[in-house]
Design a protein. Structure first.
Length: 422
């Protein structure tokens, strides 16, 4: 690739982004102001009492020695000298951050809790919240739901979902390296020949659609045209961006922001694997590991927010004004330490959201004296004696409502927490 070609493609991408059009889909109807979503998943089960739940007055909860209650705006949190990045994040972003405490996930098994936290169901067939959010505008984005890390449950919405792969599989497919690495020789075309073939296919599909009188045939050809346009876009994108964000949150964040800025994707899940890749499942030595993990997680979140705040948005000044960041783990941890100074699995957890459309500077829900989640009034978001369980389904319904998607077809028996939406 010549430097002039790279500059041309970068310039083209910038021009389309400035025009409010996603790269390669300039004919799609622009919808300025579409909310974008970044999900950050901390797999293994975090301990909310190390950041989100300052339960210092609850005698049934073992709090971390040396930590103290602090305030970021009107958000109380657990502060510690070992976690400066937590305080930095909350102090800087509290005005547009909501913390949901006492979110029920109905299980203490990792796999089931993960499915419930992300889909509201343990069936394994229900699409997750990012897939639903992305598929609602899949006509507009080349890769509506780009999974850089963490679990993904596409359900019947797989057409909107793409994974980069742990070992750069998406990069290999785009560059053709995957065929060159194959045990079976697969002949390919030169890049100029591919361009000729792509233009031919575009003309033939358009001509066939115009000549067809069958509604089904026209729909299939429309789908083919959209898929072909996305495929040619992706081939050019290999010269514009690197899809391999690695396993560290900061690297994934860089790829995510670039994909959002190019109009490539609407929803991008990332994963925090724990400092040193040790994960969050702290059945032993809970305090040291959880503290290190939270510091590493929030350092990555600070990097993500700095990128969002310094990258131009589609309709707003920056991507930070168009993007909601959701940070969650599939479960919490028991209120008491075990014999190994660890904490075991607990079916109540916390979720943090930062971004537009949220009534920030507040905590939704909470924990009672037994460290169970409190009920919430969906209309206000306030804790109440006779409200609704703050379940994973309610969190998902709230995210869908934030994107103007009817939650009804995806979750039943719960209302979105409309009181936390602006």
């Amino acid at each position: 690739m010549t430097s002039s070609r790279r500059q041309f493609l970068l310039g083209s991408a910038a021009a389309l982004a400035a025009a409010g059009l996603p790269l390669g889909l300039a004919s799609a109807q622009a919808m300025p102001g579409d909310t974008k979503f970044v999900f950050v998943f901390a797999g293994g089960g975090w301990d909310p009492t190390r950041v989100f739940a300052p339960e210092f007055d609850n005698r049934n909860v073992d709090m971390e020695p040396g930590s103290q209650r602090a305030m970021a705006g009107r958000i109380p949190f657990v502060d510690s000298a070992t976690r400066p990045s937590v305080s930095t994040y909350l102090q800087r972003h509290s005005a547009k951050t909501a913390v949901l405490n006492g979110v029920m996930v109905r299980s203490i098994a990792h796999e089931i809790c993960t499915m419930i936290a992300l889909t509201g169901s343990s069936a394994g067939t229900q699409p997750d919240w990012p897939a639903i959010l992305a598929s609602a505008r899949q006509d507009r984005y080349t890769l509506p739901h780009l999974v850089l890390g963490g679990p993904s449950f596409p359900g019947d919405l797989g057409a909107a979902v793409a994974r980069t792969g742990r070992n750069g599989q998406l990069e290999s497919l785009l560059s053709g390296q995957a065929t060159r690495d194959s045990d079976i020789v697969v002949p390919g075309f030169s890049r100029p020949a591919e361009g000729v073939l792509d233009r031919y296919l575009a003309r033939r599909s358009s001509a066939r659609r115009d000549a067809s009188s069958s509604a089904l045939d026209q729909r299939l050809l429309d789908d083919f045209t959209l898929s072909h346009t996305k495929a040619t876009t992706l081939k050019d994108l290999q010269y514009v961006m690197d899809f391999d964000g690695g396993t560290q949150l900061a690297g994934q964040a860089s790829v995510a922001v670039q994909a959002l800025s190019l109009g490539l994707s609407r929803c991008i899940p990332l994963q925090h694997v724990g400092q040193g890749g040790q994960g969050w499942d702290t059945h032993a030595n809970n305090d040291v590991q959880q503290s290190a993990n939270f510091e590493d997680l929030f350092a990555g979140l600070n990097s993500l927010m700095r990128l969002l705040e310094t990258t131009p948005g589609e309709a707003e000044a920056t991507l930070a004004e168009e993007t909601v960041v959701i940070v969650l783990s599939e479960m919490g941890r028991t209120p008491k330490l075990n014999a190994f100074t660890g904490k075991d699995h607990w079916p109540y957890t916390s979720v943090m959201m930062t971004g537009p459309g949220i009534t920030g500077d507040r905590v939704i829900g909470g924990f009672d004296d037994s460290y169970y989640g409190k009920l919430v009034d969906p209309a206000t978001g306030d804790s109440t004696e006779s409200g609704q369980i703050l379940s994973a389904e309610a969190v998902g319904a709230t995210l869908l409502a934030l994107a103007d998607i009817d939650p009804g077809p995806y979750v039943s028996g719960v209302l979105p927490i409309s009181g936390m939406l602006t």
